[in-house]
Design a protein around this ligand. Structure first.
Ligand SMILES: [Zn+2]
Length: 342
């Protein structure tokens, strides 16, 4: 099962792009159609509007806690914007865009444990179909580099990646706090740990691959999780990370109108630079970093003065292609492979 050589598509830019485009919903199904079919247009994912203080437009002071930059600990200074009561700031020292103040950790904890609404979006058939191809791409990206097949999937959600890996012969441990999702994974026969990584008390060096699919952006202290993940990696082990790219073309254009900004849930917004910085800081190093998913339809809609997520605007400019977007690191997600720093 272990490849000595990388798969053919890995070093063939055209084939690699074709594989990325196959899980890019905007290209496969159309943005408005995909958002309709997955229920995104109905569910705006703004569950804390009830907590707004009408006088200030911010989340009520009794529900929030202060936070310094989670990479370099510099106190927040420069405010970018407020969205749904959450202040988004840019760290004057390292450039990380993050949320401060955030919801109190006990409130976040309860939210993650009980959340069901967004789970329905992620469980929708078109989403599952796109995710499966994305997960396979990620797995193929790392499998040939690894000798062992012990996987820890942190923040497994509905178990899409964990199941795919298990079907592919991996020995999988899933980690998930959400009650509905963890129960469901258990009923599928997956091994599930319902704890935070830092409290799970797993033995050092016990995994060949640790995956964090759309997890780091949600964490109050992502450095802590990365350091613990580093401890759990076996010699030669790898980390597979996917995060939203705050320097994507779509986010650069839409700013706070971008759905990526939801301060109750997305607490950290990484770029290639800040993701590399937090990996370095935690004793890891990026071996590969690329962008995936163009959000071409969202971009075309915005440039045509249509609703970015529901509009049906035609292509804005023939020169704006998936190749151009990914070659310039402008895709909406960063996919990174990291190893332990020598
Ligand atoms: Zn910083």
């Amino acid at each position: 099962m272990t490849h000595a050589n990388p798969p053919d598509w890995l070093n063939d830019p055209q084939a690699r792009l074709a594989r990325k485009n196959a899980f890019d919903a905007a290209l496969v199904m159309g943005t408005a159609q995909f958002n309709q079919m997955t229920g995104r247009l109905l569910n705006q994912d703004r569950p804390f509007l009830w907590a707004l203080d009408k006088a200030t437009g911010l989340i009520r002071p009794d529900l929030v806690q202060a936070r310094h930059c989670p990479i370099c600990q510099t106190p927040p200074r420069r405010g970018l914007f407020v969205k749904d009561g959450f202040r988004h700031v840019k760290c004057p020292a390292c450039g990380l865009i993050y949320v401060s103040l955030i919801l109190r950790e006990d409130i976040l904890e309860q939210y993650w444990r009980d959340e069901k609404t967004w789970a329905a979006v992620l469980d929708s058939q078109p989403q599952v179909e796109m995710d499966r191809l994305k997960y396979q791409y990620g797995l193929d990206l790392v499998a040939w580099r690894l000798k062992g097949r012990r996987l820890l999937d942190i923040g497994s959600g509905n178990g899409g990646f964990a199941r795919l890996a298990e079907e592919g012969g991996w020995q999988v441990t899933a980690m998930e706090l959400n009650q509905q999702n963890s129960k469901r994974m258990e009923s599928m026969g997956l091994k599930v740990i319902i704890k935070h990584l830092e409290t799970a008390d797993l033995p050092s060096g016990s995994f060949d691959l640790i995956s964090l699919w759309e997890v780091l952006e949600h964490l109050v202290d992502p450095s802590l999780t990365l350091m613990e993940a580093r401890r759990l990696l076996a010699p030669g082990g790898l980390l597979l990370v996917l995060v939203p790219n705050v320097e994507s073309l779509v986010t650069r254009l839409l700013h706070e109108k971008s759905q990526t900004f939801g301060g109750h849930s997305h607490l950290n917004h990484f770029s290639a630079k800040t993701l590399a910085a937090i990996l370095e800081k935690t004793g890891l190093t990026g071996l590969e970093m690329e962008t995936v998913i163009t959000e071409m339809g969202t971009i075309n809609n915005h440039l045509a003065f249509e609703d970015p997520y529901a509009g049906l605007a035609a292509q804005f400019h023939a020169g704006l292609t998936p190749a151009l977007i990914h070659e310039n690191f402008l895709g909406s997600r960063i996919l990174a492979v990291a190893g332990v720093k020598a």
